[in-house]
Write a protein that binds this ligand. Structure first.
Ligand code: N01
Length: 512
């Protein structure tokens, strides 16, 4: 966004809480952190030379490599000077008379700007569990989303991990190899499919790079903005017999990664189709995990893909190790964190290290962390008390000249984030440029357009199985958070709608 704003001749300044660039890849440094979208897709496409010259080492890039990439981009385009690091935005208030946003930062500074763009991330507000005694634990404790910058040595230590989402699934196999013992506290068993990560095939890389623009265009037409090399099979899982269904699942299981959910077109639309995919994965768990009681505890019963599917390397097999134990919190509820460790089901588990892999206050957490005041002092926290309300996920009525990158109500977390981020950056930049050419100084989503958009986002979700489980897409992981499906399903129709809105002079926005 900074690069784009500068290219329009605008003056822009970025505030960043971290001491460096990278966002998610700056904060999430836990062992095993890597992307689960292919690296040739999980990258910027705005500059042909950049995408031609950068070399990824693996099919799925590890966190340090993605962080190096972010740093390279910042250097290459001279962006660092425009970013004020180690600074949190604490308050932003719109001054109607001046038509400007007044922004207060953690270093006590105040400044104003005509436009305010929130690029605060969907999964950046780390969430600790609401467990009594957390601060009393005497050993080392870490949250996966706030991992220290120094290496953490688990060698010879007794480690407890709380949570079994994507971050836990990636870190558990590596921590298990190092630690003396590892105890995993599981509240909901997770479906995870093998990553089949490997060094990037040079022939494949050359093929993609021979027509990168074409590759990008094909991916942007995919429902989740990635995966055109192995697209979703649109047929119903119920249109083939059990043997063919199994073979199809097996093929995608062997291929590895998120395309598993594209084995058939109706896995997230039809309960029976979904049950077939779920049963296939449950069968794999029974095959991989040797102890039947542990296998049973690891076996999920909910809709597959409803919580975000995890992608792993050796997750289930890790429970065959002698030094790894699973505690099922449904049998032994978590009672307290004690100075020595964790008490669950009346039993004390002693640890040297505790890892909280307990996720994020997703999509709204980092927006709500800022005291944002729109027209007439309206607080975003109040406006969104019953759930986020936005038009296109880009703007919100009552908050003129404020844009959100990958905000709730846009496809964001259901897509390749890099693609969604760039689509928003381009749209916002196009809007600013157009406003300048039309001599407009103010833009604000209309309440009517916003209400219609909110209904649309929900209607699309309600046609699927997504609302059937307690996922963070619904805010269900944060006690008291309103249950609203926040992202929009379907990238291509969303892009079409954004383009149409722009072509019609920013229809649904009031301009003056
Ligand atoms: O967080 P999560 P995450 N007591 O919310 C458990 C992206 N990501 O950091 O399911 C006990 O998924 C909670 O249990 P439950 C990706 O989009 C991507 O792992 O709520 N347990 C759950 O098991 C992902 O979806 C990548 O019952 C508690 C876990 O903690 C998103 O980030 C890698 C608890 C939290 O799982 C978030 O993933 C990593 C409590 N009080 C992350 N509170 C890749 O690209 C929570 N839990 C590969």
């Amino acid at each position: 966004m900074l690069h784009k704003a500068r290219s329009l001749g605008l003056r822009a300044r970025v505030f960043e809480a971290g001491s460096g660039v990278g966002g998610t890849w700056y904060w999430n440094r836990y062992p095993g952190a890597r992307c689960d979208v292919d690296s040739l897709e999980y990258s910027y496409q705005f500059d042909e030379a950049l995408q031609q010259e950068w070399k990824w080492s693996e099919r799925y890039a590890p966190q340090p490599e993605i962080l190096r990439y972010a740093e390279h981009v910042a250097e290459r385009f001279g962006l660092k000077g425009g970013i004020q690091f180690n600074t949190r935005v604490e308050k932003a208030a719109y001054d109607e008379a001046m038509g400007r946003w007044n922004v207060a930062t953690s270093d006590g500074a105040q400044m104003s700007a005509q436009f305010l763009i929130l690029a605060t991330g969907c999964l950046s507000s780390a969430k600790l569990p609401e467990i009594e005694g957390r601060e009393r634990f005497a050993g080392e404790s870490y949250h996966t989303g706030r991992w220290p910058h120094h290496a953490v040595d688990f060698g010879g230590k007794r480690v407890g991990v709380i949570g079994t989402g994507s971050s836990a699934i990636q870190s558990i196999p590596l921590i298990a190899r190092e630690a003396k013992s590892l105890t995993v506290f599981q509240r909901t068993p997770t479906y995870t499919v093998p990553a089949r990560n490997r060094p990037l095939d040079p022939a494949y890389e050359a093929r993609v790079k021979s027509d990168y623009a074409g590759f990008r265009a094909r991916n942007s037409r995919m429902p989740n903005a990635f995966g055109s090399d192995f697209p979703r099979n649109e047929a119903s899982a119920l249109s083939v017999d059990a043997g063919n269904r199994r073979r199809a699942f097996e093929e995608r299981w062997r291929h590895g990664g998120l395309p598993f959910m594209g084995t058939f077109g109706d896995l997230l639309l039809n309960g029976e189709a979904n049950a077939a995919a779920a049963e296939f994965v449950r069968g794999k768990i029974q095959e991989i995990v040797r102890d039947p009681a542990t296998a049973a505890r690891l076996t999920p019963r909910q809709t597959i893909g409803c919580k975000r599917l995890c992608v792993d390397t050796d997750y289930y097999a890790t429970f065959n190790r002698a030094n790894v134990r699973l505690v099922d919190l449904r049998e032994s509820p978590l009672e307290a964190i004690t100075p020595a460790g964790v008490r669950s089901g009346g039993m004390e588990h002693a640890f040297d290290c505790l890892v909280f892999a307990t996720g994020f206050d997703a999509m709204t957490g980092s927006l709500m962390a800022i005291d944002i005041r729109g027209r007439a002092g309206l607080a975003l926290r109040d406006k969104w008390r019953d759930g986020p309300r936005s038009y296109l996920g880009l703007g919100s009525a009552g908050f003129p000249n404020l844009f959100i990158i990958t905000g709730p109500g846009s496809p964001s977390v259901l897509t390749n984030m890099m693609v969604s981020i760039e689509q928003h950056v381009n749209w916002i930049a196009g809007c600013l440029d157009w406003m300048r050419s039309q001599r407009h100084s103010r833009i604000e989503a209309s309440a009517q357009a916003e209400n219609a958009w909110g209904r649309h986002v929900n209607e699309v979700a309600d046609r699927t199985l997504f609302p059937t489980c307690n996922s963070w897409y619904l805010g269900a992981n944060v006690p008291g958070k309103p249950r609203v499906f926040m992202p929009l399903l379907g990238f291509p129709p969303y892009v079409e709608k954004c383009n149409e809105v722009a072509a019609r002079g920013y229809e649904g926005f009031a301009l003056s």
